[in-house]
Design a protein around this ligand. Structure first.
Ligand code: TXA
Ligand code: MG
Length: 597
């Protein structure tokens, strides 16, 4: 399905902005699409009575229109406009769990157009408990048909920023209500019969439903080939990030936190204290973390350039750090969701964690598996789909771009820090200037950045170059100006040389000499800063990026000096620098204490 931008920009309203919510409700009633927060995930809503408006949702999502949408309401009295029959079972589920993270499937009324239900004679009804969702849905007055607000096939959005990434320009507005509490979509229950059939597991668990229905509930079976799915959404590729996802089994016999807990949604994260912990606790922790560490080592053995995302508890990162294997750490990007066995915390962060790690351009995400009968069933259902085979896009589904995270909405930047990388050579008229040009381009392309210590703190990264024996104020070599302009589309003719000095070293968080001898020279003169000085090749080696030639001998990064050579040599030099710096880029920003936000 061809997606077409229909707005110059999508409006972003804060959930506490009453006038904004009113404006959104009015536009929705008039046929526009508005994304809104709920306690499960963000939804992409349109007037459920208006077939034309509902079509716009499918356009924005790039979703095939044979997948039915759920109708969202702000008041239970709206149910009778949507359905033609409320079975005794449906009544019990409505009374027990609405408002809340449940969708109840009932026979539809004629007022609901076939576009909403993809031609089915049933309809899903959901009343969210999120206060912003509730005030928006009340203001709309009409039932709001809404799927999750992601581009079809990508992880569902659990905050306004993730919605903006997928939907900017495709919908009228996004209402920002902060992070979704549960982080996984609602439990979908077919209540048209006598027995509840769970079509999609969620935060309302099987046990919850059985308690309420006074009898057994069944999960809808997996589909045979050619069978029409009961929940048609089940047949599409879902929740898949760019990276490959592998599930790391939790230790046998470990006890989950929050599998059946309901309102106790307080995530008090306990960091492990290795000095005081008991031998048993230490062993339990090792059992949780070792599948990650073993698997990562295995991957790195077959591909020393692999970059690994770890979606796990704080304990796992703590153990990686305790191990202190610098190479392992250099290759790892962590997303810590809370304590390892806290399934509510894992569910809350799963989709955001996948999006975040994708944005760090990791090749593989190792994610904590958590097995249990309640919330864990919902968590594993989504995680298993994310880990499913790639390339299952239907021909008319859009191929998502690897996410690049846009500006953070509203108050997201609490503080912004800066970091600086300095490239050094001899006279700062050729190679170091080219490095600065390449790096500046990469920094722009991959911005914005956060500090590794806290995702709440933004980081601006600057790039400079200088020369050990440079005279100040000399223009760059004409050959390199031409090659940089042709290869990178950047004009560096106005750049002037700078001589290195202690103040510049001091202001830089990372100093990269183009050649080994210049790195040695800096370290000899200023041994106290040796930890932040590298040559291109020693930096690569420090990250475990070792290159071998055909005979198995180590090869170091060597960049020829093009000066005095022909044009082709200049071009080759810029290409080589570009290739190296692109490869080293994620490691360089990490060495400055930052990551892509
Ligand atoms: O938590 C949620 O349910 C979120 C928020 C926004 O409310 N919505 C959501 O919608 O996840 P969506 O469209 O991404 O997933 C709805 C699921 C799909 O798997 C769909 O096939 C199924 O519910 N579904 C909807 N109507 C149905 C029906 N009449 N019969 C069977 N399955 C249905
Ligand atoms: Mg969805």
């Amino acid at each position: 399905m061809e997606r077409e931008k229909i707005y110059d920009e999508t409006k972003l309203f804060n959930g506490s902005d009453k006038a904004g919510i009113k404006d959104c409700a009015k536009h929705l009633a008039d046929g526009e699409v508005v994304a809104f927060p709920t306690e499960t995930v963000y939804g992409l809503g349109a007037n459920a009575f208006d077939a034309g408006a509902v079509e716009k949702i499918f356009m924005a999502k790039g979703r095939p229109s044979d997948n039915p949408l759920i109708c969202h309401i702000g008041d239970k009295s709206q149910i009778e406009d949507i359905v033609s029959e409320i079975t005794p079972l449906a009544r019990k589920l409505i009374d027990a769990f609405m408002p809340g993270p449940i969708t109840v499937i009932m026979k539809k009324s004629d007022a609901i157009p076939a576009e909403v239900t993809a031609g089915l004679d049933t309809v899903g009804v959901r009343m969210p408990s999120d206060p912003v969702a509730n005030s928006f849905l009340k203001a709309c007055g009409v039932p709001v048909a809404a799927p999750s607000a992601n581009l079809s096939g990508t992880p569902s959005p659990t905050n306004a920023r993730a919605v903006m990434e997928d939907m900017d320009g495709y919908v009228y507005a996004v209402i920002d209500g902060g992070d979704s509490v549960f982080g996984l979509e609602s439990t979908v229950v077919d209540a048209t019969g006598e027995k509840p059939v769970i079509l999609r597991p969620g935060a309302v668990t099987k046990a919850d439903i059985e308690d309420c229905a006074n009898g057994a509930a069944a999960f809808a079976g997996t589909l045979e080939a050619g069978q029409t799915p009961k929940a048609p959404g089940m047949k599409y590729r879902h929740y898949a990030p760019f990276a490959n996802v592998e599930i790391m089994d939790m230790p046998k016999g470990a006890v989950l936190i929050g599998d059946e807990a309901d309102d106790a949604l307080v995530y008090e994260v306990k960091k492990p204290d290795f000095d005081t912990m008991s031998e048993d606790d230490r062993q339990a922790l090792v059992d949780i973390a070792s599948p990650f560490i073993h698997r990562e080592k295995e991957i790195l053995k077959s591909n020393p350039f692999a970059r690994i995302g770890v979606f796990a508890g704080v304990e796992v990162k703590a153990l990686y750090e305790k191990l202190g294997d610098k190479i392992l750490l250099a290759h790892t990007e962590f997303y810590e969701y809370g304590n390892a066995l806290d399934v509510r915390a894992a569910a809350h962060s799963l989709f955001e964690g996948l999006r975040h790690l994708d944005c760090q351009e990791v090749d593989t995400i190792l994610a904590q598996g958590l097995t249990g009968g309640g919330m864990a069933t919902a968590y594993m259902n989504r995680l298993t789909k994310a880990a499913g085979k790639k390339g299952e896009l239907l021909p008319d589904m859009p191929k998502p771009d690897r996410p690049s995270r846009g500006e953070l909405p509203l108050e997201a930047f609490k503080d912004t820090y800066t970091a600086q990388i300095l490239f050094v050579d001899d006279d700062n008229t050729c190679l170091s200037q080219a490095c600065e040009a390449v790096m500046t381009g990469l920094l722009e392309k991959n911005s914005p950045y956060d500090m590794l210590v806290s995702r709440d703190i933004g980081c601006e990264i600057y790039c400079e170059s200088a020369g050990i024996t440079a005279s100040d104020g000399i223009g760059p070599d004409q050959g390199i100006v031409k090659a940089v302009s042709e290869e990178l589309g950047r004009n560096i003719s106005h750049c002037r040389s700078t001589r290195t000095d202690p103040a510049l070293y001091d202001a830089s968080d990372l100093i990269i000499a183009v050649r080994d001898e210049h790195a040695f020279e800096i370290i000899r003169a200023f041994p106290q800063i040796k930890d932040k000085v590298f040559s291109l090749s020693s930096f690569a080696a420090s990250c475990g990026l070792v290159f071998k030639d055909g005979g198995g001998r180590l090869v170091s990064i060597s960049i020829p000096d093009p000066r005095g050579e022909n044009e082709a040599t200049y071009t080759h030099t810029v290409k080589a620098l570009k290739a190296w710096l692109e490869l080293l880029f994620p490691y360089l920003i990490k060495a400055m204490g930052a990551e892509r936000s």
